[in-house]
Design a protein around this ligand. Sequence first.
Ligand code: CP3
Length: 347
Amino acid sequence: MGITVKRLLDAFLGKTVWPPPIWLMRQAGRYLPEYRELRSQTTDFVSFCLDPTRASEATLQPIRRFGMDGAILFSDILILPWALGRELRFDEGHGPRLPPLRTVDELQNLQVQGFLEKVTPVLETIRLTRARLAAEHPDTALIGFVGAPFTVACYMVEGGGSKDFAETRKMAAQDPALFDGLIDRITQASITYLLAQIAAGAEAVMLFDSWAGLLSPTSFEKHVIQPTARIVAAIRQHHPDIPIVGFPRLAGTMAAAYAEKTGVSTMGVDTAADLNLVRQLVPSTVGLQGNLDPFALLSGGEVMEQEARAILDAMKGRPFVFNLGHGVMPPTPPDHVAHLVDFVRGQ
Ligand code: CP3
C-alpha cells in the first residue's frame, strides 16, 4: 500500500486545498436506487445499521458512483441510545421512536458500562469499509460520527422527533440535575464510542448537533459548547492529530463561540448561514464545511450552479470542505449529485 495524501483530511485540519474536497451529508440513502434495493433486503433500519456487510456496502455506494473525497460510516446517531439500553424503532413515515426518558431511575439504568459490546457490528463495519476503501478508493477518507450530546438527549427525552423538543427544553430548565446527568452520560459514552471508531479505522470524526439552534446563548454554552469541548479534549489526548468536525446546526451567531471554544478542527455550517459573515466570525485556523441548500441540489441546473458558485467565491483562499447545509433529500435525482461533484472539481 503506497502513501496517499487524503485531501479531505488536510482540509479538515485547516489547510487550504483547492478545489475544495467534497462529500455530502446523507450521501448514502433513499435517493439512490441501489440503496433502496439494499435496504429492502432488511425489514428494520436498526438491524440494517447493525449488519456490517450491508452497512459497509451502503457506505461505499455513493463513493462508487460519484467518487467523493469522504465516505461517512453508514449508521445512525440513535444507535448510541439503543446501545445504552433504550429501545429504538424507525417506523415508516414516522421517523425514530424511543421510550421517553423522564426519570432519575431511567437515567441510572442507562448501560454506560458495557454498551460498547452492543456496537461491535458498527466497529466491524468501519474495519470492513476501511479495508475496501484502501483497495478500491485510496484517496477517500472514512468519517466516523456520533450525535452531539444535546441532540441525542433531545431524541431520548422527547421519545422521537419533534418541531421544538419542548419536553427536553423543559427538563433542561426545570430539572437541571436530571438533564445534566443525561448530558454527562451521553458525553462519556460518546468519548468511548468515538475512540473505538478511531481504533477501528475512522480517519476523522463528526459530531452532529442538529438541534443546537434551539437553545439560548447561556444554555448553548452549557449543553452544546461544554460537552463538545469535553469530547474534543478527550479524543485529542489520545489522537492529537485526528480531524474533528462539529456541526452546530442553526446556531446563528452562537457559531462564533462554538468555533472558538470547542476545539473542533472544522465547523459545519447550515443552509441558513451567510458564509461571508461566518468567515468574519470564525478564526481562519478553524476549517469550514457546508452549506449548499439541499433544495438547490434537488433543483439542479442553473440554480444549483449559482448557489454553489456563491459558496466557492465566499470560501476561496480559506480552509473549506464543500458539503450541503443539511442532508440530501430523498427525491434528489442522483445525476444532480454527479453534476455538483463535477462542478466543484472543475474550480
Ligand atoms: O450518508 C449518511 O449520512 C449516512 C449515515 C447517517 C444516517 N443518519 C442514516 C440514516 C447519518 C450521519 C445520520 C445522522 C442522523 N440521524 C442525524 C443528524 C443529521 C441530521 O439529519 O440532522 C439525525 C437527527 C438522525 C436521526 C434520524 N435517523 C431521523 C430523524 C431519521 C428519520 C428521518 C428520515 O430521513 O428518514 C433517521 C433515519 C435514517 N438515518 C435514514 C438514513 C439513510 C433513513 C432510513 C431509511 O428509510 O432508509
